[in-house]
Design a protein around this ligand. Sequence first.
Ligand code: FES
Ligand code: FES
Length: 209
Amino acid sequence: MAPVMFGVSRREVLVTGAVSAALSSFPAEAHPAGGEAGPPAMPVSFKVNGTSHALTLDTRTTLLDALREHLHLTGTKKGCDHGQCGACTVIVNGERINACLSLAVQHEGDDVTTVEGLGTPERLHPMQAAFVKHDGYQCGYCTPGQICSAVSVLQEIRRGVPSHVQSDITAAPQPTNIEMRERMSGNICRCGAYSNIAEAMAEVAGERA
Ligand code: FES
Ligand code: FES
């Protein structure tokens, strides 16, 4: 005889689980048990590049999609959408994150900076200017995330955030070439201008590459 758990047989548990899984795969509008109810939505407010925004979003919306699809800030790119490429890197409260791995509703009250907020064509951010000078630009997908990462990397070094390439983890990290390369390793496609990007970052940091 099948084991009984809390008065419910194992078979009944398995059948209930299978039915739940099947129901959850229906779109919300056609959900046989959900009537006309739409997907769950929540209000969220945050600043992007100094401007406050109040949105009501499907709770499954990533920060990346909120930026691109709702605020039309398309400088932040969707490469892999899986946290692998770094194309979606933005700076949140002074720290870089992959916007594709973060739900927008988690960012209530946050301060988000995208590549559009770093500089303008007339007034480039020093990192953007250094990328131009050192020929660090790659394709339009990779470069915005690389620039946001590069800006954030120098802030991490100034704050003393350690990395895997430090021989002495207790010493303050230095903006050396190997540190730049290690810390930029989350932005995977930088093969074309790998050394140029490190040189641009070193210039902004005031060090030699
Ligand atoms: Fe986010 Fe690739 S799009 S890491
Ligand atoms: Fe953008 Fe390689 S895919 S530089």
